[in-house]
Design a protein. Structure first.
Length: 266
């Protein structure tokens, strides 16, 4: 996350004064509505609960969104989708929820905590993450059955864990995992730190590892495509800004960043 050298209250006051000066100068079209006398400028804090696999893409989108919405501060809570859904349903303050699967989004909508119909904005599939140059010569899902191979997976309640169970069923194998992690980033970290020989993660996580991991494709991945839905939450304190974030993620800017990271189209 970016550093903040200016206190939040001072930053908000500074942003307001800059907007007031620009409005008084009567400059050209800035591409958005300018604040009128007596109106509050657009902005505020936006709290986004998002699946751990969205970390890199959402942090990149944050920069463009904040630049387009002066005075806005996007704050993220990245974790496994199951944990996020539970937090939301227990009353954690949040404006937007982006899940790595439909199942955990359904938990939120069934509890009446979504402000509208969730929108699918991306898809993702699994890869086998191994160390660079694949020193254990892993080439298929069947190889992970070898008990001498230290394999790490996500816990079943986490979207990547649910996807792992589906590919195991498709391949007719039962992987003897040495650990089950609560989010996909933790699985990848086990591989990149040498604490595991292989891990089942999303292909986007391998792509974001900056060469610390190599991805091995396998046929059964097509049997477990995860859809990523996003929604504004019912208890948001900033409905308009929350909807703007959803529109940004699902719009052209979001699509470009997501595709560059390896996400599939909805």
């Amino acid at each position: 996350m970016k550093s903040r050298s200016v206190p939040r209250g001072v930053g908000a006051a500074l942003a307001a004064s800059v907007l007031a000066v620009l409005a008084g100068c009567g400059g050209g079209d800035t591409g958005g509505d300018q604040a009128q006398p007596g109106e509050q400028p657009q902005g505020g804090t936006l709290t986004v609960f998002a699946a751990a696999s969205l970390t890199g893409t959402f942090e990149e989108l944050e920069q463009g969104f904040e630049a387009a919405n002066p005075g806005t501060d996007v704050v993220f809570n990245f974790a496994g989708s199951s944990a996020l859904a539970q937090q939301i349903n227990q009353g954690a303050p949040a404006d937007v929820f982006a899940s790595a699967d439909q199942n955990n989004m359904t938990k939120v909508t069934d509890a009446g905590n979504a402000a509208g119909e969730p929108v699918v904005f991306a898809t993702n599939t699994l890869q086998i993450a191994v160390a660079p140059d694949n020193p254990r010569s892993v080439s298929s899902l069947e190889d992970l059955v070898n008990p001498d191979l230290r394999t790490v997976v996500c816990a079943p309640q986490v979207p990547c864990g649910s996807a792992t169970e589906r590919v195991e069923q498709a391949a007719g194998v039962d992987i003897p995992a040495v650990s089950e992690e609560q989010d996909v980033k933790s699985v990848l970290q086990k591989v990149t730190t040498g604490n595991a020989d292989a891990g089942l993660v999303y292909r986007t996580d391998v792509a974001a590892s900056n060469g610390q991991a190599e991805g091995v494709d396998f046929d059964q991945a097509a049997q477990a495509v995860n859809e990523y839905p996003i929604t504004v939450l019912r208890n948001t304190q900033n409905q308009e800004l929350a909807q703007q974030w959803v529109d940004y993620v699902t719009g052209d800017e979001g699509r470009q960043v997501l595709e560059a990271a390896g996400f599939g189209a909805p």
